[in-house]
Design a protein around this ligand. Structure first.
Ligand code: PLP
Length: 279
């Protein structure tokens, strides 16, 4: 199959799948998700993503209708049905099906999976960024389906010809990207926002921190600001789908790309790890 959809035990070609109109995701976006790449039919960092998926669901008091091991088995078996092994996996759980009542309903949660061909990864060309105020709520550590501010920010980036929008909060503290984590290199040290309720604890971010540790690059998990972003030696953007990229322009002004050798060391480490684990 080229593009697969799964819903509560039924699966088929994604474009032919339908879901009940009163799944609570339609009323409230009442659910959580996770997403990750797969190469050569090997799902990368499966344990880490499934653990985060269960943490997100627990934060919303949603009981996932399968165990972690059952979910991993399901994902591995669905991947085997695909025409290619280079894939993007997306899965979500929603708080069941029922009438539009804000309080919880007494219904089992719904499990969705989509599997589509992997997008292209261009790790060579530096990307452009725009900045935009972070008007999201204070639960950004939970991977909920409520993504409207991220959608608006991503569209703003798209219209500006940029690959990503960088969110900042009052005081111009940089939080993260619309669908990525943002880090800077300055004088040989990596700075990254701490994992509080203002950012998603990215799996690619965790791999980046481990890469820095292995390469002897000091890491500071502390808030940094827009002025630091503009002044950075390198601006690094991480996400599971796009691994690790660096930016050369922010809001139309040159920024970053001043320590290409150090950046390249980190990126090579991460790509090697990804390729080794999905050989
Ligand atoms: N931050 C946000 C808001 C995201 O949506 C994502 C990915 O979707 C990330 C960070 C990066 O997370 P990960 O590295 O787990 O893909």
């Amino acid at each position: 199959m080229e593009r697969l959809g799964y819903y509560n035990g039924t699966f088929g070609p994604l474009d032919e799948m339908t879901v009940p109109m009163n799944d609570r995701v339609c009323w409230f976006g009442d659910g959580v998700y996770d997403a990750q790449p797969c190469r050569n039919y090997h799902i990368f960092a499966l344990d880490e993503h499934v653990d985060r998926f269960f943490r997100s669901a627990a934060a919303l008091k949603i009981e996932i209708p399968v165990t972690k091991d059952e979910l991993k088995d399901l994902l591995n078996s669905l991947v085997q049905k695909m025409d290619t092994g280079d894939l993007f996996l997306y899965y979500q759980v929603t708080r069941g099906t029922g009438p539009r009542k804000h309080f919880f309903i007494d219904a089992p949660a719904n499990l969705w999976v989509t599997i589509t061909p992997a997008g292209k990864y261009d790790g060579i060309t530096p990307i452009k960024l725009i900045t935009t105020e972070d008007t999201r709520f204070f639960h950004c550590n939970v991977k909920t389906l409520n993504l409207i501010p991220s959608v608006m920010a991503a569209q703003k980036a798209e219209e500006a010809g940029c690959a990503e929008a960088v969110f900042y909060r009052p005081g111009e503290r940089v939080t993260e990207g619309a669908h990525s984590n943002i880090h800077i290199l300055k004088n040989g040290t990596l700075y990254t926002a701490p994992t509080d309720n203002l950012i998603l604890p990215g799996i690619a971010r965790a791999h980046l921190l481990r890469a820095c540790e292995a390469l002897g690059i000091p890491v500071k998990e502390e808030a940094f600001h827009l002025s630091d972003l503009f002044d950075a030696d390198e601006i690094i953007v991480t996400s599971s789908s796009q691994l690790c990229r660096h930016a050369c322009e922010v809001d139309g002004k040159p920024a970053g790309c001043k320590a290409p050798e150090l950046y390249s060391k980190i990126q090579t480490y991460l790509i090697d790890e990804f390729e080794r684990e999905t050989r």
